[in-house]
Design a protein around this ligand. Sequence first.
Ligand SMILES: Cc1cc2nc3c(=O)[nH]c(=O)nc-3n(C[C@H](O)[C@H](O)[C@H](O)COP(=O)(O)O)c2cc1C
Length: 174
Amino acid sequence: MKIGIFFSTSTGNTTEVADFIGKTLGAKADAPIDVDDVTDPQALKDYDLLFLGAPTWNTGADTERSGTSWDEFLYDKLPEVDMKDLPVAIFGLGDAEGYPDNFCDAIEEIHDCFAKQGAKPVGFSNPDDYDYEESKSVRDGKFLGLPLDMVNDQIPMEKRVAGWVEAVVSETGV
Ligand SMILES: Cc1cc2nc3c(=O)[nH]c(=O)nc-3n(C[C@H](O)[C@H](O)[C@H](O)COP(=O)(O)O)c2cc1C
């Protein structure tokens, strides 16, 4: 069993979370990979479980919401990959106070693009953990991954992420 961690970032917060997830998983996971460094997208299929991390920068956009290398990856590279039921757990970085109407919107876009390729999104979370108005990433009463706000630090990142990683591992049995 092997776990992959793929992420992109603009100012480093998503990298910090990806590194923490790697540390939490220990030998079960490969070192986190920036999606910008993925030359062969089929390499994502080498894993039994993927953690995918992205910030939201393009406020209110329908597509290319991350504003990072995910935007190109999702539309230029991912469509070539048959994800065949591969479990994917998505974490998103955002700012609930500064952008309360678009909190972590990129999670939903990644969720939908991977689901379209046959992946199985896991690790949904409680939409009421943060104080915000709206997010495209809430569906049927669940956040489609784990939103994180390291700008306002309402909730300590490490505690929140460790509990979620444990829940994802137990949900998938990986
Ligand atoms: C111009 C700008 C636009 C942003 N738009 C959003 C947004 O729409 N939704 C959100 O939740 N956060 C938004 N943010 C906050 C970032 O997502 C947040 O700072 C995040 O931690 C950045 O992650 P990174 O360091 O990995 O790039 C925005 C920040 C800036 C400066």
